[in-house]
Ligand binder design. Structure first.
Ligand SMILES: C[S@@+](CC[C@H](N)C(=O)[O-])C[C@H]1O[C@@H](n2cnc3c(N)ncnc32)[C@H](O)[C@@H]1O
Ligand SMILES: [Zn+2]
Length: 289
């Protein structure tokens, strides 16, 4: 693994009072509210003091911490992707779609163990945020400047980054539209924002969701191999039109989408009715401002 020798520190703000944090090699301090941040294993915990994690957020945090401990940070299985092949194929398609990245400051929101954004660390300054400490620690070891921070309250000034990605995070947060708004806020006008998540038009996703709420245990047991679901909070889903509309409201332009027919490696443009029913995964790209 090629790690960058030196990371150019990104400007960070206090998660409690939003004042700029003053940093030296080790510590970060808030001159305004006087909170001091001491890194744990080289990773800053920029979670607000008034912890606004909902029960669902806590459930997800525990789940992802546990996945790293059980599966290790080097496999796509750590994030419950279908298999290595379709993850790596989809990842390379998305990286290509994002466009060439050089000498930029990028952010990966919900970076997990950094398997996605590690592709950019040699030529760019890449920040990763995640609520799972286990995940951010792994991301830091891959050369990301990693922070434990909430995706819906990012500890960075406006227009800090040249681009942002949100890969498979929107379905696992309690305030997805706030997460999107935050992502747009921290990206400079003209920067690209790209996300991939669960397609709400998909038949499989709709059936899995219905099954999760089905009262009859036998029906759930019989159908779960075909329409997988898990106990705990439901994965949220989003249609292309919903995300397109939301991004337009946030002032983004050039919004385009792709469907991914996982676990195969087929893909195609988003928007069509039949394609929407068949594709479980959706990716959207837009230009900010
Ligand atoms: C399915 S994983 C995707 C990881 C990575 N983007 C990738 O594709 O390899 C979702 C990640 O989102 C993180 N996450 C979930 N809710 C979050 C929140 N509210 N704030 C920050 N990160 C969150 C999880 O801890 C997990 O690492
Ligand atoms: Zn402060």
């Amino acid at each position: 693994m090629h790690l960058k020798q030196k990371i150019n520190h990104s400007p960070i703000t206090c998660p409690d009072c939003s004042a700029p944090l003053v940093r030296d090699e080790e510590l970060a301090n808030c001159d305004q509210c006087k909170r001091e941040f001491v890194p744990r294993s080289g990773v800053h915990n920029l979670w607000p003091k008034i912890n606004e994690q909902t029960e669902e957020d806590l459930w997800w945090e525990e789940r992802f911490d546990k996945l790293v401990r059980e599966r290790g940070p080097d496999t796509a299985k750590v994030c419950e992707y279908y298999d290595e092949e379709s993850y790596s194929e989809k990842k390379s398609q998305l990286i290509q779609w994002m466009g060439p990245q050089k000498n930029k400051r990028l952010i990966d929101i919900g970076c997990g163990p950094g398997l996605f954004a590690k592709e950019w660390v040699n030529d760019n300054d890449v920040v990763g945020v995640d609520q799972s400490f286990e995940m951010v620690s792994a991301a830091a070891s891959r050369g990301l400047e990693a922070f434990r921070a909430p995706a819906d309250n990012l500890p960075f000034p406006d227009s800090t980054f040249d681009g942002a990605v949100l890969i498979e995070i929107l379905q696992a947060v309690s305030r997805p539209m706030t997460v999107l708004k935050e992502a747009v806020r921290v990206v400079k006008p003209g920067g690209v924002i790209m996300m991939s998540t669960h397609n709400g038009a998909s038949l499989v996703k709709r059936m899995s969701y219905a099954l999760l709420h089905h009262k009859n245990k036998l029906v759930r047991r019989l159908l779960s191999p075909v329409f997988p679901y898990h106990d705990g909070p439901a994965h949220l889903t989003f249609t292309y039109r919903e995300l397109e509309r939301e991004l337009a409201v946030l002032g983004c332009r050039e919004v385009t989408g792709q469907y991914f027919y996982l676990p195969t490696t087929y893909r195609g443009p988003a928007g069509g009715l039949l394609q929407g029913l068949l594709a479980p995964s959706l990716a959207v790209r837009a230009v900010v401002g």
